[in-house]
Design a protein around this ligand. Structure first.
Ligand SMILES: Nc1nc2c(ncn2[C@@H]2O[C@H](COP(=O)(O)OP(=O)(O)OP(=O)(O)O)[C@@H](O)[C@H]2O)c(=O)[nH]1
Ligand SMILES: [Mg+2]
Length: 405
């Protein structure tokens, strides 16, 4: 028996070599993959197929065609003296290395498949983790407004630039970061798409306190436009109800304050009464049973004037069934308006009026005041003209102003 080992790049080539050198009766005894030209610890070597073949007669130098490469090692007729077992053994020897190759390929495909499906999942969970971390960072106060920074910082910068109070802006960014698709975290436009919805929800939570009343009291810090706003509202009410309107001013502390209101009354043909105390106010309201609209002006109160704010509380109580409206200027610095709302917290105001929108290009205070107070905006003013420069603003209108100016 002649036994010989061949090296080839493929089984096809090996079979060809076997047939050329040992003849068509040769059978494969074994085959395995080996590495040649070892490289680094043999890891980088070239992979070749090592095939050992045997033939039980001297090799003939027969020219053999390579056609039908898979079967040429099978004897064309049963080898002498070996029987059917030899045939099976020969087939097995030919097929085994092919099975090895198939197994190897299958393993590679499976590995590729796993990578293909596992990578997006991993990537997704990485992004989700980043999002959670980012939301926590934003909430922890680590966020700074930056016009050139990552999208999240630019969003914060945008909000602060629109006049949104920093803690409220941070809360908005944090909620958006926690909600958006992780893929949107780096995209300012996509983050902004979520902004309006988030702000709309915040504004929508504001509720009018108390019941609508024919008596409305206007309070607020000094100089915010209480008297002027009352003049505008009284003039409009008088249009539809010429004899149904009364203005009562309780501002007898500031020099010429009552005179200012009386002058407006003369201009607008609206009667104006002066009440110098809570009892006086109570009496004046009681006597005006036939009036549909009663507007009550008050002295401006600084948020630090605790005594004055207490006196205002007594006045509101004396008025009985009345709606208290808090007038604030849209031009007030955010930190100051925070202090004002804190100071007025003890008073039962049901809605806000934001004045002097014409004196600013930044309307964040509309959002700030509603969210901080939890009260909606009854109307806004945007100029000194009476009765013009007064309009109502719904949530969509507030959003438009705040986000787009
Ligand atoms: N630009 C502008 N000025 C306004 C607006 N509303 C009121 N004013 C002006 O603001 C100044 C103060 O207005 P008042 O109505 O007297 O304010 P007030 O809150 O009654 O002030 P006190 O009674 O002193 O607390 C006046 O010069 C008004 O003309 C407004 O919407 N825009
Ligand atoms: Mg006034």
């Amino acid at each position: 028996m002649q036994v010989k080992t061949f090296e080839a790049v493929s089984m096809k080539q090996a079979l060809q070599l076997v047939r050329e050198q040992l003849g068509p009766r040769a059978v494969i005894v074994s085959s395995r993959s080996v590495r040649r030209d070892g490289g680094l610890f043999g890891l980088l070597g070239r992979k070749v197929l090592e095939v050992t073949a045997a033939v039980d007669e001297p090799a003939k130098e027969e020219p053999v065609s390579v056609k039908g490469a898979l079967t040429p090692n099978l004897p064309p007729s049963r080898p002498r003296g070996t029987g059917v077992y030899h045939d099976i053994w020969a087939v097995k020897q030919a097929v085994d290395p092919l099975l090895d190759e198939i197994r190897e390929i299958r393993e590679k495909v499976t590995a590729l498949d796993e990578r293909a499906t596992s990578e997006p999942v991993e990537a997704r969970s990485d992004l989700a983790q980043i999002r959670t971390l980012l939301a926590a960072l934003v909430g922890s106060g680590a966020l700074v407004p930056d016009s050139d920074g990552p999208a999240v910082q630019r969003l914060f910068y945008f909000l602060v630039g629109r006049g949104i109070d920093e803690p409220l802006a941070r809360s908005l960014v944090q909620r958006i970061v926690a909600r958006v698709d992780p893929g949107a975290l780096g995209d300012l436009d996509r983050l902004k798409l979520n902004l309006a919805g988030e702000m709309r929800n915040d504004l929508g939570r504001a509720e009018r306190g108390g019941l609508p009343s024919r008596v409305q009291i206007f309070a607020g810090p000094t100089g915010v436009g209480k008297t002027t706003t009352i003049a505008k509202l009284a003039a409009r009410a008088a249009r539809s109800s010429p004899n149904g309107v009364l203005v009562i001013t309780t501002d007898v502390h500031r020099v010429a304050a009552a005179e200012q209101m009386i002058r407006f009354g003369e201009m607008l043909s609206v009667p104006v009464e002066v009440a110098i105390s809570p009892t006086d106010l109570s009496r004046a309201i009681a006597q005006a049973r036939n009036r549909e609209h009663i507007f009550v002006d008050t002295t401006g109160k600084s948020p630090r004037d605790t005594g004055g704010l207490r006196a205002l509380g007594s006045l509101v109580e004396a008025a009985g069934e009345a709606e208290l409206l808090l007038v604030l200027s849209a031009t007030t610095r955010s930190s100051d308006s925070r202090e004002i709302l804190e100071a007025y917290r003890g008073l039962p105001y049901s809605r806000l009026i934001l004045s002097k929108l014409d004196e600013t290009r930044v309307y964040g205070e509309l959002y700030n005041c509603v969210v901080r107070s939890g009260r909606p905006i009854a109307c806004v003013t945007s100029g000194q003209a009476v009765p013009e420069h007064l309009e109502s603003l719904d949530v969509a209108g507030i959003l438009r102003k705040v986000l787009h100016g």
